[in-house]
Design a protein around this ligand. Structure first.
Ligand SMILES: Cc1ncc(C[n+]2csc(CCOP(=O)(O)OP(=O)(O)O)c2C)c(N)n1
Ligand code: SF4
Length: 287
């Protein structure tokens, strides 16, 4: 397959010229093509925001839900049809703010899906208010005296929760982002890729140049199975490391632990519901 196989003819892209979301979209198309994942076998699930529009611009199946609610829908889609490639993606506000509680519990469940977070450190769609990852002191239209809260550190939190794959990418480096996305999609379990990207309209602090100067790839010697080393890298503030921080190959994917698949492998979506059994359960709850 080729990246252009994922082009959606006549999609009217609403992103600003120069927005970092374009790089992520292109890296994703390249990764899907190289992994030979056909659009019909792919489901993108997103919430609300500029990042969450990504599936509107890609040839795929998609479910666009409420703000912050991509992960439960994505988990259910994968559980019902484990044969699909499921990618849940959204912005830092959507995933770590409105969807924060779902994010925590999805990491605990470990469904076999890829979670892309387009991290521009602001709420882009609603014009640049502070998001959970905004740096302290950043002036915004709402935080007019500067952000006072500590920024959320998604990588450190994910490693602390023993997420099975934790990575960070930068949308300005298409080639490396594509490679990280390929590893994340291939990983059999929950895979977080936090993707730094500039919001050229509302984040005048964390610009393309700023990301270039404040990021660097993890050393070739970094061992992603070393959780403590991964955690130490995630806490760094001198520079933001990029690459695969942490990998836990021991955890079983959520779908494999479901009792429904214990003695039948047929996917749930193919099974006929036992309505008589359901009626009996409802009847017991009526008294
Ligand atoms: C429950 C709820 N709260 C607030 C909003 C308004 N809202 C829509 S998009 C958005 C911010 C999205 O920011 P982010 O997820 O960081 O994505 P970006 O637009 O930066 O890509 C907000 C607050 C909403 N739609 N629903
Ligand atoms: S407002 Fe920011 S995130 Fe939204 S399209 Fe424009 S540059 Fe991209």
């Amino acid at each position: 397959m080729e990246a252009k196989d994922f082009n959606l003819e006549h999609a009217a892209i609403a992103w600003c010229p120069g927005c970092g979301n374009f790089g992520i979209l292109n890296a994703l198309k390249g990764a899907l093509a190289e992994l030979d994942i056909a659009p019909e076998g792919l489901v993108m699930v997103s919430g609300i925001g500029q990042a969450a529009k990504t599936p509107h611009y890609l040839k795929c199946n998609f479910f666009n839900g409420l703000h912050g609610r991509a992960l439960p829908a994505a988990t259910a889609i994968k559980a019902a049809n484990p044969g699909l490639t499921v990618i849940a993606e959204s912005g830092d506000g959507d995933m770590y703010g409105e969807g924060g509680n779902h994010w925590l519990h999805t990491i605990r469940r470990n469904p076999n899906l890829t979670n892309l977070v387009h991290d521009n450190m602001v709420y882009g769609l609603t014009k640049g208010q502070a998001s959970p990852t905004s740096p302290q002191g950043m002036i915004t239209p709402v935080q007019v005296r500067g952000v006072v809260n500590e920024p959320f550190n998604p990588l450190a939190a994910a490693i602390a929760l023993d997420a099975s794959f934790v990575a960070r990418a930068f949308s300005g480096d298409l080639q490396q982002t594509k490679e990280i996305l390929k590893q994340a999609i291939r990983h059999p379990g929950y895979a977080l890729v936090d993707i730094l990207h500039p919001c050229v309209s509302f984040n005048k602090l964390n610009t393309f140049q700023w990301f270039k100067e404040h990021t660097e790839y993890l050393d070739a010697g970094h061992d992603p199975s070393d959780r403590e080393a991964a955690f130490a890298q995630a806490l760094r503030t001198d520079r933001l490391p990029l690459g695969v921080f942490y990998l836990n190959r021991e955890r079983r994917p959520f779908e494999e632990t479901l009792p429904a698949y214990a003695d039948r492998s047929e996917p749930l979506y193919r099974r006929r519901p036992d309505l008589a059994k359901l009626a009996a359960v409802i009847a017991t709850r009526r008294d």
